[in-house]
Ligand binder design. Structure first.
Ligand code: PMP
Length: 368
């Protein structure tokens, strides 16, 4: 093997995990520095009362920074919930379905999972399923046949496992509900095109435990009453994410990550960087004369999760093992698709993609 491990800060690996995943080193350093005594308060954020002024300030600043960086219009609420994006895969239906039909677009594993959970709430219809091409492309959402009495359409902007991504914000004729867990904050988004966006924190925003919901204000009226408050968008929003003890530490880290995104130049700069990183890996696939087979069709290749197959299972397992030895960590694809998945979220460095591309070329040369 001619590729050798490069020197990295703190001897960290290039962490290609799909989430939880790599966080910015500056953010980790700030957490470390705050851990024993947060800003002279004599304790860490983990140890603070969630009702204390210190924590309330953290929560307010976190949501305010997010709203500014993500350009959230005034008529949208933003709040944190728990239960991961998986809870939202059902909670959106519990809150928004009403008497109508929930339309579902299935472009991969997470769209499928959601379309299986939501019918437990009420009438749902899958209006698109990419199974025939094994979820390697995405449809034009403006051209689908929506149910005449659709309460909303649910779709997934980036399929984390299959590595297919919608590249723009479609103007849909129905209430648009989007699971943006794996590409939120990877590019500027026109929030006004959406009725609801939700995302688990553990890819582009922070550690697992917090889930962000962005909801157009008028939709709060759809939550049935009476309703279990921990599942109610109205109750959580009315109580400012504080109906019960929120995931304080995860929220604090999200706040640091939002500030980091701002410092890095905001979402336009982050998008440019993400496109450059993804190009390095897709170019490596395309330059391999078919040794590596990319899963996604060219026009919907994800900038967050790069998925490809190797010629045999044996080569796949050697690839993963040899990659790990040169600090290229967490590359094994999800069991449902197999192959390799290189997740390169916002905090993943360009250098890691360059080392990976070099490794891929070298591996193909030795095994092709
Ligand atoms: N939706 C998408 C697009 C995801 O990538 C994931 C997690 N990988 C989920 C939902 C589920 O998230 P959680 O584990 O936070 O419930």
């Amino acid at each position: 093997m001619s590729v050798t491990a490069v020197k990295t800060a703190y001897d960290r690996v290039f962490n290609f995990s799909a989430g939880p995943c790599t966080l910015p080193v500056e953010v980790l350093e700030e957490i470390r520095d705050d851990l024993m005594n947060y800003k002279g308060k004599g304790m860490s954020v983990m140890e603070m009362s969630h009702r204390s002024k210190e924590f309330m300030d953290i929560l307010d600043e976190t949501l305010e920074t997010f709203r500014r960086v993500f350009n959230v219009p005034e008529n949208y609420k933003t709040f944190f919930m728990q239960g991961g994006a998986t809870l939202q895969n059902t909670a959106h239906a519990m809150n928004l379905l009403g008497e109508g039909v929930g339309d579902y677009v299935v472009t991969g594993y997470w769209g499928k999972k959601t379309s299986q959970q939501a019918p437990l709430v009420g009438e749902c219809k899958v209006i698109y399923d990419g199974k025939p091409h094994n979820y390697s492309e995405v449809p034009d959402l403006t051209k689908l046949d929506y149910s005449p009495n659709a309460s909303y359409v649910h779709w997934v902007s980036n399929e984390t496992i299959h590595g297919v991504e919608f590249k723009s914000d479609p103007d849909l004729p129905v209430t648009s509900v989007c699971d943006m867990s794996s590409n939120i904050m990877s590019r500027p988004v026109d929030v006004s095109k959406y009725a609801m966006i939700y995302a688990g924190a553990q890819k582009n925003m922070g550690p697992a435990g917090a889930t962000l919901v962005i909801l157009r204000e008028d939709l709060l009226a759809r939550t049935p009453e009476p309703f279990h408050p921990m599942l109610s968008y109205k109750a959580i929003s009315d109580n400012g994410s504080m109906f019960n003890t929120p995931p304080c530490f995860a929220i604090y880290v999200c706040g640091l990550v939002y500030k980091w995104v701002k410092k890095e130049g905001g979402l336009t700069a982050i998008q440019k960087r993400n496109e450059a990183k993804a190009k390095v890996l897709y170019d490596a696939i395309d330059a391999s004369a078919g040794f590596y087979a990319g899963h996604a069709k060219a026009d919907c290749r994800s900038n967050m999760n790069v998925t490809f197959q190797l010629p045999t299972e044996e080569l796949l397992s050697t690839f993963v093992k040899e990659a790990d030895a040169v600090k290229l960590n967490g590359l094994k694809g999800h069991r449902s698709l197999g192959g390799i998945r290189a997740s390169i979220y916002n905090a993943f460095p360009l250098e890691g993609c360059q080392v990976m591309a070099e490794f891929m070329a070298d591996f193909a040369k030795r095994n092709g």
